[in-house]
Design a protein around this ligand. Structure first.
Ligand SMILES: Cc1cc2nc3c(=O)[nH]c(=O)nc-3n(C[C@H](O)[C@H](O)[C@H](O)COP(=O)(O)OP(=O)(O)OC[C@H]3O[C@@H](n4cnc5c(N)ncnc54)[C@H](O)[C@@H]3O)c2cc1C
Length: 332
């Protein structure tokens, strides 16, 4: 088959417990833009159990066709059934490109699919553009984040990439959009299912992923210690916010890596981002600069974080957190 015979931009729609994840809508939004530029079509691959009734919403968010695989084998994510389903669709439909969210699930699924299909994968992209000949230019940080590498998959199809949550933009849902919904039957080879999910144990805290939070209370080395984080927790509770941090505080063991904002953490875009005692190193700023409103508190008036903040307060973060919490608690 010639490369030109491969058609369509495909997006893997990640859902958890039937809830479509933001990253899937962000990918759809970008795929729509790219497809319009290329005069191409957007296909959403929607896998799960009892999910078909949500397919229409994906058309409103940019898909031309939703390929639904609704099967009990896909109720909970495990690598093999999902890989089998996607590989069957790819082998039959021959997509030109395929994008998957670079979530824990996507980072497991993407490489497995690309290896089985025999194509390349650009992992953890932060940008996707179209090259001179219509090829995908997939950009990701390389060499420890010291440079950005743009990777092209020249000789194989689909061109595959996993893309970080929070770096692309979903389009506003347009209910007047029309498209097709196709129920796709996968022939599973259950003999190859080697992993059985016995139980899912959820942490009872940190339920909201920081990439999904509307308000983030983020702390850096200036917060100092465990008590500093407890104070941030209290503020977060009054604001119905989530707590996140700079890498310095993750490395110091005060908070888990899943709460790290930045180049080697997560990219966030909340409505409101508090940066308490965070200097504003470029690797941190890369993960939060697109937040709608940034309020920074730092005792150093020359701290770089003030260059990206909408409101800057020069002062002791610990004192300000305490006063703010007291004031908000009184108001509530
Ligand atoms: C390849 C690579 C990847 C990286 N990835 C990331 C990443 O994903 N995320 C990330 O965050 N970092 C990342 N880093 C690290 C980054 O370069 C910085 O070292 C880190 O962000 C600094 O964290 P910080 O701002 O908490 O600490 P510092 O830079 O030490 O800043 C502490 C700030 O607190 C202020 N302060 C001190 N006391 C107070 C007080 N009482 N009240 C108010 N302010 C006070 C100080 O003035 C200072 O500005 C990466 C580095 C490399 C090399």
């Amino acid at each position: 088959m010639n490369l030109e015979d491969y058609k369509g931009i495909y997006v893997f729609i990640e859902q958890r417990e039937g809830i479509i994840q933001n990253v899937a809508l962000e990918l759809l939004g970008q795929a729509r833009k790219l497809a319009d530029e290329l005069n191409n079509k957007v296909y959403a691959m929607f896998l799960g159990d009892q999910i078909t009734d949500q397919a229409q919403g994906l058309i409103a968010c940019g898909a031309d066709e939703v390929i639904v695989v609704d099967a009990p084998e896909l109720k909970e994510y495990t690598t093999e059934p999902y890989t089998q389903a996607i590989c069957q669709i790819i082998n039959e439909r021959k997509p030109e490109s395929l994008f998957i969210g670079a979530t824990t699930l996507g980072r497991d699924l993407g490489p497995r699919v690309s290896a089985r299909i025999g194509t390349g994968l650009t992992a953890d992209c932060t940008k996707i553009e179209i090259g001179e000949n219509g090829e995908m230019l997939m950009t990701r940080p390389a060499f420890g984040g010291n440079l950005m590498a743009t990777i092209v998959c020249k000789n194989h199809r689909p061109q595959m990439g996993t893309v970080r949550p929070g770096v692309l933009f979903a389009m506003d849902a347009d209910k007047s959009r029309t498209g097709a919904i196709v129920n796709y039957q996968v022939k599973f080879n259950a003999a190859k299912f080697r992993v059985k999910l016995l139980e899912t144990v959820k942490e009872d805290h940190n339920l909201i992923d920081i990439t999904e939070a509307k308000i983030l209370v983020s702390g850096g080395r200036g917060i100092g210690n465990k008590e500093g984080f407890e104070a941030m927790d209290a503020l977060a509770t009054t604001l119905h916010a989530e707590v996140s941090a700079s890498r310095a505080m993750v490395d110091a063991g005060y908070i888990g890596h899943d709460r790290q904002v930045g180049q080697t953490g997560k990219t966030v875009r909340p409505d409101l981002y508090f940066a308490f005692g965070i200097s504003g190193a470029i690797q941190h700023v890369a993960g939060m600069e697109d937040s709608d409103l940034i309020i920074a508190v730092n005792k150093d008036k020359n701290a770089p974080i003030f260059q990206v903040s909408d409101l800057g307060i020069v002062g002791d973060a610990k004192q300000i957190i305490k006063k703010l919490t007291e004031r908000l608690e009184k108001q509530n």
